[in-house]
Design a protein around this ligand. Structure first.
Ligand SMILES: [Mn+2]
Length: 328
């Protein structure tokens, strides 16, 4: 089945995305929900967990529900759905109980995603690891579905897609931000997406504590591998001391790449007895392979891992040694 024929055949559907959703996750779920709802399809977005506050303004986000297994209504929706869309996620394993419920559901499963190594659970699988965002992929799908309609996107759908593309391309600066991305975004702006509002509500909503925490993170920076590796380190105690949570460290790692000559950045956070590693690359090194050494994964240029029973200094020293070999 083509994705277009699936959309045409869908009457009752459930849409979901990954835990700890980002702009691309909520953006793609909201955009697909909007496009289907506008055509009279009964669609519900069920999330595996809550969404961060700065995404709650996205049109349609207020209608999303956090899945609860003992909620009769949710299980009925899953049982009755002819189609279940899984967006910005390529495995049901990351959905816990919701994933188990989806695996059991009779409806056809559709995956639209750009992460590597997709699981083969979907009946219709759109997987493109070269895509800059799931919203870019969904833009193509919905543009095709709109056919000759003018405009091809409602303002709400355009806004949701815009957020996903903006956030997953790091505000249009990551390597895969090509002309196609800008052409797509041009159309979305024409359809009424508000780029100023999107940036303002996503990024300029820091709390005082979060900015202070960023100060700690920046003060921790160290340089290694002849300046090619920049390491940022934080502890859960520091995060708590500023009244922050792990969510507040989102985006911190990008600062490591802003140092001239740096090719790879690392943010290492000491949780209770685990060290969380976030790797970023400017495009010359494959950090996914490095994350895999520690049992992690992700994208080629943005990856992560969690080292259990790890001590920050030891884990970081090990990463530096491996990076040294990588750059040698
Ligand atoms: Mn994404």
């Amino acid at each position: 089945m083509t994705i277009r024929s699936v959309l045409d055949a869908t009457q009752h559907c459930v849409i979901t995305t990954h835990i700890n959703p980002d702009g691309d996750a909520i953006g793609s779920a909201a955009a697909l929900w909007g496009a289907l709802t506008e055509r009279g399809v009964h669609a519900t977005v069920l999330l595996p967990g809550p969404m961060p506050e700065n995404l709650q303004w996205i049109p349609g986000a207020d209608r999303m529900e956090v899945y609860h297994p003992s909620t009769l209504g949710h299980d009925r929706l899953l049982a009755q759905a002819d189609t279940i869309f899984v967006l910005d996620l390529n495995t049901l394993k990351r959905l816990d109980l919701l994933g188990e419920a989806i695996a059991k559901a009779a409806g056809r499963k559709v995956m639209i995603d750009h992460h590597v190594k997709p699981d083969a659970f979907a009946d219709v699988m759109l997987s493109d690891v070269e895509a800059p965002s799931t919203c870019s992929m969904l833009y193509e799908v919905l543009a095709d579905w709109a056919g000759d309609a003018v405009p091809r996107f409602s303002t709400s759908v355009a806004q949701a897609l815009y957020v996903g593309i903006m956030t997953d391309t790091g505000n249009f600066r990551f390597p895969r931000t090509d002309a196609r991305v800008h052409l797509a975004v041009a159309e979305l702006l024409d359809c009424g997406a508000d780029n100023v509002k999107a940036y303002e509500l996503i990024y300029n909503t820091s709390t005082f504590g979060r900015l202070r925490l960023l100060g700690n993170a920046l003060a921790s920076l160290t340089s290694h591998c002849n300046g090619k590796l920049c390491v940022m380190a934080l502890t859960m105690d520091e995060i708590r001391a500023q009244g922050c949570t792990m969510d507040d460290t989102e985006g911190f790692v990008h600062h490591t790449l802003s140092v001239e000559g740096v090719e790879m950045g690392l943010l290492a956070i000491q949780l209770e007895d685990t060290v969380k590693l976030s790797f970023r690359s400017k495009g010359t090194t494959y950090v996914r392979d490095l994350a895999a050494v520690y049992g992690g994964g992700g994208h080629v240029y943005a990856a992560g891992a969690r080292v259990r029973d790890g001590v920050l200094a030891t884990v970081v020293a090990d990463v530096i040694q491996r990076a040294d070999e990588l750059f040698a």
